[in-house]
Design a protein around this ligand. Sequence first.
Ligand SMILES: [Zn+2]
Length: 84
Amino acid sequence: MSGPARLGSWWTAADGAELDVLLYELVRGVSEHRERCARCAEGFPPCPHVRRAIEAVLEWRAARALLSRAEWLRAERHRLEAVA
Ligand SMILES: [Zn+2]
């Protein structure tokens, strides 16, 4: 999966691959959890445990996007300095 366009050109294939792993684990974990959770078995919205797991993935994605953006900007500056 490639990153959504809004994540910018700094979102790398490695970032996308790591997000794929996290999403796979999230979906797998939630599937197992739903069998044991009365609230999640009712449907939507999920219980606080599942919401927290989803938030953790979203927080990871936001932090990784910022980190990759900083790395991309640093590399871009080096490219520009090499040309000048
Ligand atoms: Zn639950």
